[in-house]
Ligand binder design. Structure first.
Ligand code: ADP
Ligand code: MG
Length: 279
């Protein structure tokens, strides 16, 4: 850290394994992806015009975890997601996706390809295509839009679309144009479009904003059902929603972790109360 010619981005701090490879007699060793954190951010700093949006942010996420991130406006939540997905480069710090993938060495498309999917706040489905076609397009990879729509689906691809339709609860709407869906259904469709790429880590920004109470409840069930198979980071302001899904909650403030623990712990943390209620 000393000296003025430190490289802008350090890539040397690899994450340490968090579990021992299964040495127990008779059991196969654990695969890499269970030995390491799925996400390991270390001392990330992002500066905009001298203002630190992230200030040595250190945070990690377990495989299969559903992590909620809360914090006042301007805390750095979106900036953190921008760094994870390669949209913003930090001034310094490290970001690892599992033990082998240095996120800071990859471009945005490479990061998506590596298995990180991001759901933005505003749904961006194709309004005039059906639910099924929207999911079909997400299979596309590097095929062009029109080529994908006229190409025949393989049975495996069809099965995958059916599976995702079931997960997001839109099997009955498969033939409906996306524009006829409710706001909540569009959000689920977009989550489905991400799932088509089978991401290991899903980043979801304010999923229940604008949803009805029933849609909010259904979204909680959906995210809970996806955890385990996927790791999920949810940024959300709706505290009742966070309470309904959260196991581990991280509170960001001024670009750093202010508090972390279960919902009861962070809600009763005097530092959190001060930030939320104003001092
Ligand atoms: P949150 O998502 O927690 O509300 P953000 O990550 O969006 O917070 O923003 C953190 C801080 O960084 C805010 O003060 C915001 O104004 C600032 N910021 C974010 N993006 C930019 C940018 N592109 N240029 C300048 N300042 C920015
Ligand atoms: Mg934000």
């Amino acid at each position: 850290m000393s000296g003025s010619d430190t490289p802008a981005v350090e890539t040397s701090v690899r994450p340490e394994p968090v579990r021992q490879p299964g040495q127990t007699a008779g059991r196969p060793p654990l695969p890499d992806r269970l030995l390491y954190k799925v996400l390991y951010l270390n001392k990330l700093t992002v500066t905009f015009d001298g203002f630190k949006a992230l200030d040595e942010l250190t945070l990690d996420v377990e495989p299969g975890e559903l992590r909620c991130i809360i914090g006042p406006n301007g805390a750095g939540k979106t900036t953190m997601m921008d760094v994870i997905t390669g949209k913003t480069r930090p001034d310094h710090g490290t970001a690892w996706f599992g033990p082998k993938i240095d996120l800071l060495a990859l471009t945005e498309p490479e990061i998506a390809q590596a298995g990180i999917g991001r759901k933005f706040q505003k749904p961006s489905v194709f309004e005039y295509l059906t639910v099924f076609e929207n999911l079909e397009l997400s299979l596309a990879g590097d095929k062009s839009f029109w080529k994908t729509l006229v190409a025949r689906l393989s049975p495996a691809e069809r099965d995958q679309i059916d599976r995702v339709l079931g997960i997001i609860g839109l099997a009955d709407e498969r033939k409906a144009p996306a524009r006829t869906l409710s706001h909540g259904q569009k959000q689920w469709l977009e989550i489905g479009m991400l799932l088509m790429q089978e991401p290991e880590l899903l980043l979801v920004d304010e999923p229940v904003a604008g949803m009805t109470p029933q849609e909010t409840e259904r979204t909680a069930e959906l995210l809970l059902s996806l955890a385990g198979e996927h790791s999920i980071i949810v940024v959300e302001h709706d505290m009742d929603f966070v309470r309904s899904i959260a196991k581990q909650v991280t509170v960001l403030h001024e670009g750093r972790v202010l508090s972390e623990g279960d919902m009861d712990y962070v809600q009763n943390d005097p530092r959190v109360i001060e930030v939320y209620l104003g001092a």
